[in-house]
Design a binder for this molecule. Structure first.
Ligand SMILES: [Fe+2]
Ligand SMILES: [Fe+2]
Length: 331
């Protein structure tokens, strides 16, 4: 049964409407403040609102309803003993969809109410449909990014878990750094693609178990620029963000990294975050060229490299919450 909320300081009006609107579940409030509270609780399908009330008048109640995300789309119909264009105009200005003059004609009131309740139902269904499509598309996006990134990781004969772990660790570092939820989400998604440029590196180099010679190392280092080239042409800001990470995740705080040898604050903060997350996870992981390091050895490495290879602020966060970051690696 659709719910109608009547806010009117005359209880007799509420009772009268209850008798007329038998096909609805009718709720009543005799002042604006309790009317708004009741609306939050029951989320009615339409609100019938008196204008002249002590305390908050109907216009003010309507303004407040329209400011609340959960209530702002509920249709408001003014019930008014006032006549004249001014009252109607103000009513529409504050967000009402219709008005009915008192004493009201029951047939007319019911017809108008039916229309607005129906329109609201259509609008709500449409919104729900849009929300569920948006959710679906964003899930598909995340999956496509993961699939794309796994191609590069598969070539390195890695498990696919490294990119997921770097994503989680980067997100956690961003969270500790106080970045917004939106930025944390962007970093988590974009960090997955940090090594996408490895698709352009020969398997013989990626999977070599002994040290790379000079030429091989030069070739290996091109993966950051390759990744940037793949991602930077996108019209989507997330991809351009990922391009920055791909380009800068091997830059070092002291300027001795690659490809540009950027130093300190010249490296973007996302580049500095993912640099820490990437090395942290790689050292703890087995690679074709090395065994997994113990957590104590990794901690010592970050203590030694704080302010040399890595941004001191990001490294301090990692070191101060080391166990929490170790736990992030377990899925
Ligand atoms: Fe890399
Ligand atoms: Fe990596």
């Amino acid at each position: 049964m659709k719910k109608i909320l009547i806010i009117d300081d005359t209880p007799e009006y509420i009772e009268m409407l209850e008798d007329v609107l038998l096909e609805y579940e009718v709720h009543g409030a005799t002042d604006g403040k309790s009317g708004i509270e009741l609306a939050r609780k029951i989320l009615p399908d339409t609100i019938l609102l008196d204008i002249n009330m002590p305390g908050l008048n109907g216009y003010e109640v309507c303004r407040r309803l329209k400011k609340e995300p959960l209530l702002k789309t509920i249709p408001v119909i003014f019930l008014t003993a006032n006549e004249g264009c001014d009252f109607e105009e103000i009513g529409f200005e504050v967000g009402a969809v219709d008005y009915v003059s008192k004493p009201f004609n029951a047939t007319l009131l019911k017809a108008r109410l039916k229309t607005h309740v129906h329109l609201y139902a259509l609008q709500s269904n449409l919104q729900q449909e849009v929300n569920s499509r948006v959710k679906e598309i964003s899930k598909l996006n995340t999956e496509m990014i993961l699939v794309t990134a796994s191609i590069a990781e598969l070539k390195s004969k890695e498990t696919g878990l490294h990119i997921k772990r770097v994503s989680k660790i980067s997100g956690k570092l961003a969270l500790y750094l106080g970045l917004s939820t939106h930025e944390v989400e962007m970093i988590e998604m974009a960090a997955v693609l940090h090594d996408i440029g490895k698709v352009g590196i020969p398997d013989s180099i990626l999977n070599k178990s002994t040290s790379l010679d000079n030429d091989e190392w030069t070739m290996m280092k091109t993966h950051s620029k390759l990744g940037y080239n793949i991602l930077s042409k996108s019209e989507f800001s997330l991809m351009r963000y990922a391009a920055k990470i791909a380009l800068e995740h091997h830059e070092r705080w002291d300027g001795s990294g690659y490809p540009k040898g950027l130093k300190g604050g010249e490296i973007s903060y996302v580049g500095r975050i993912v640099a820490v997350a990437d090395v942290f996870d790689s050292l703890l992981d087995v690679r074709v060229y090395k065994d997994a390091w113990s957590s104590q050895k990794v901690k010592k490495y970050f203590e030694d490299m704080n302010g040399i290879q890595f941004d001191p602020e990001v490294t301090t966060i990692l070191l101060e919450n080391f166990d929490d970051f170790l736990a992030t690696r377990v899925f």
